[in-house]
Write a protein that binds this ligand. Sequence first.
Ligand SMILES: Cc1cc2nc3c(=O)[nH]c(=O)nc-3n(C[C@H](O)[C@H](O)[C@H](O)COP(=O)(O)OP(=O)(O)OC[C@H]3O[C@@H](n4cnc5c(N)ncnc54)[C@H](O)[C@@H]3O)c2cc1C
Length: 504
Amino acid sequence: MKNQLVWFKRDLRIEDHAPLVAAAARGPCIFLYVYEPEVIEAEDFDPVHLAVINESLIELETRLKERGAWLTFRTGRVPEVMSEIHLTHPIATIWSHQETGNRVTRARNQRLAAWAEKNGIAWEELPGRGVFRDLTNRDGWSSRWKERMKQPILEAPEKLAPVQDLARGRMCSETDFGLFKCMRPERLSAGESRAHAMLTSFLEERGEHYQSSLSSPVTAFDECSRLSLYLAYGNLSMKQVAQATWARQSQVRQQKKKTGQASAWPGSLRAFQARLHWRDHFSQKLEDQPDLEWANQSRAYDGIREDAFNAEYFETWCAGQTGYPMVDACMRALRKGGWINFRMRAMLMSFASYHLWLHWRPTALFLARQFIDYEPGIHYPQAQMQAGVTGINAIRIYSPTKQVKDHDPTGVFIRKYIPELAGVPDAFIAEPALMSHDQQIASSCVLGKDYPLPVVEHAPAVKRAKSILYGIRKKEDAREESRQVYRKHGSRRRPNRSGSKRNE
Ligand SMILES: Cc1cc2nc3c(=O)[nH]c(=O)nc-3n(C[C@H](O)[C@H](O)[C@H](O)COP(=O)(O)OP(=O)(O)OC[C@H]3O[C@@H](n4cnc5c(N)ncnc54)[C@H](O)[C@@H]3O)c2cc1C
């Protein structure tokens, strides 16, 4: 008898899992997770990613056991793993979700498809999110996204029939791959029940002031949804989040009708919903053009930074030692917890790309390893956008000192992550280098000794970056490139009230 095989990847949940439901309806199943050394050894992978995968797997295994099944673990290259299983336990169909991954997972998928075809095995890849394969352009994309999000949420089967006599294998840890143990003391933990608790607490309690709180690192940790980790590893599906948000919006409208009382909820839920849409909008770009992982979206910008990479600047940026408190605090916060809010991610990329004139590829890879929620489909298009090389977005250069004045004027966030600045008066927290020598002594923060002097000067660095980028923008071939990029990737939506289009 042939078996069904459910292959879990970045969809580590039991609810709303179309491949699981489809496979379970057809007969005995193997529920497989493969630790792939080629993924784990890739330059965008960090031990923190393995830690959250394992947390997710532990819960998934518990949920499967409640239904009479279990996970089978293997380590290796996926076609070889499947081949080995197939020898003793013939596979009828491999069931998995479609994935918008990186270069490594795309190549693995091609090899698996070839192996499955050669061996007469069906591989059913079912859509899990609002990203569409084989699009030619973006016309009608938004309505298709909405239609997909409206599809019914699938309940996990109450009983599962596992294939009985297949060795289960074991979970792997960092040491199996020669990695250091993950040390992010402030990070969130992964898993399906934590994901649901996070969604509920956001939609019912934490999210009311989301719209006004999301930009500041002082408030964002509590008032952003913090769902990115759970979406990245599929502890929650996009459909579940979208539908829960719509339900909450309708509840808020009813409440307002009943009580007549206005609140910040409608604006916040609208802003949140726009961002859910962005998630797939960005991932669609990488799906349609996989080379965005390493090549400029607009080739008109090729060559501008490649030969100018300053390794010393890169080191100071990675280490949170640039002498710009907001940049340094964000980097150090990432090292502790693997998360920072959107505006600060954009500022980090902007600072690396414009002030330090570093090519986005190594900086994006560094951030990929820092982000607990690393998602290639969002990450590379965003990195390119913040580096000014997409050809279709406004060049947005963040001033790290203005970000302090706007979003952390008394240094609450900065002092938490840069203890060297604990005694610096509020008036200098954005630019400690403006303190006189006496003020430095009085605040126990001598520049160049306790805390670095700014690695570059803001104004000339920005002037130079602007002059190069605007110089290219004006050229006819760059304009033609931009028109082509827009036709392929540009959002067809009009800007909405929360200004969502600005970010697309
Ligand atoms: C350079 C750069 C790299 C980024 N890399 C990643 C990444 O690897 N993984 C990732 O999940 N997000 C990435 N983002 C987008 C964004 O910063 C995070 O999604 C967000 O901060 C996650 O926190 P949250 O879940 O509380 O978001 P919320 O503000 O609560 O938003 C809800 C969800 O919407 C999506 N979302 C929010 N903002 C954006 C955005 N600007 N673009 C696309 N989707 C968005 C995310 O899935 C997020 O979980 C990146 C942004 C930048 C500027």
